[in-house]
Design a protein around this ligand. Structure first.
Ligand code: SF4
Length: 253
């Protein structure tokens, strides 16, 4: 097995399958998990399934605001591969307080950081307390914030001095075309929203379809600056230090 090259140079990357195999070899199947968003990162599930069968460790973050199609699709993937997918939910008291004070669509007024922190970051933080590594479907071609993405990196958001966490991005050098070629060649089930112009899929209120002339991330948080289009899970792509809002809603571990 080739060791993972940490260079940002596409030419020096190893195959996604080799990244996943290396990650599983180093972290076993109970200290690492795949983050499945319910979109085209399903290729990670397929690749892992080819390696370890239905022992694929996977989770999805259930923000409570996903499209109905995405909920059904996540369950379809679960049945298709015969795998378990942990559904991570927000802490109810914190979420109720946000909604009570600001309503259900505060992100249109004051940005998506606070809502993403409660609905995504905190559930993931809780999950990662029990893991040493996670695997994401991030790619360099997805946005201006991801051009420097590495196949393996120290997680700069969720690591602590006592609990370092490794983040693997096996698809870093793949393009959207590579992903779709793989999905079609391998008969991988995909979210039907992709057939309706949704290139990048997140929460329903924060995702809209794009034309084929627009970049795929154009449909995410379209009311905000391109440079800030990260939800906090991967905020180290734009800021090497965790954002303030993360601290605000972080409960002591
Ligand atoms: S993507 Fe939108 S709805 Fe989903 S957690 Fe972030 S701000 Fe909230």
């Amino acid at each position: 097995m080739a060791s993972i090259n940490k260079s940002r140079n596409d030419d020096l990357d190893i195959s996604p399958q080799d990244v996943i195999a290396d990650a599983f070899n180093r972290f076993g199947d109970n200290r690492i998990s795949i983050s499945f968003s319910g979109a085209e990162d399903v290729v990670l599930i397929e690749m892992a399934y080819q390696l370890v069968g239905n022992k694929v460790p996977a989770f999805s973050i259930d923000t409570g605001r996903l499209h109905p199609e995405t909920y059904r699709y996540i369950d379809r993937v679960r049945e298709h591969y015969g795998i378990s997918i942990d559904m991570l939910s927000p802490e109810p008291n914190t979420l109720e307080q946000l909604v009570r004070e600001k309503g259900l669509f505060s992100f249109y007024q004051d940005g998506h950081d606070e809502c993403c922190s409660i609905r995504k970051i905190q559930p993931l933080k809780k999950k990662l307390l029990h893991l040493n590594a996670w695997i994401t479907g991030q790619r360099r071609d997805q946005s201006a914030t991801r051009t420097g993405l590495q196949q393996e990196q120290q997680d700069g958001v969720f690591s602590t001095p006592d609990h370092p966490i490794t983040k693997f991005n096996p698809l870093a050098s793949w393009t959207s075309a590579d992903v779709w070629e793989y999905i079609q060649k391998n008969g991988v089930p995909y979210n039907p929203l992709h057939d309706h112009g949704f290139a990048s899929i997140g929460c329903e209120p924060c995702t809209r379809s794009v034309s084929r002339f627009q970049h795929e991330r154009h449909g995410r948080w379209w009311w905000e600056d391109e440079e800030n289009k990260e939800c906090g899970l991967h905020v180290q792509n734009v800021n090497p230090r965790p954002v303030r809002v993360l601290d605000k809603h972080t409960q002591p571990a």
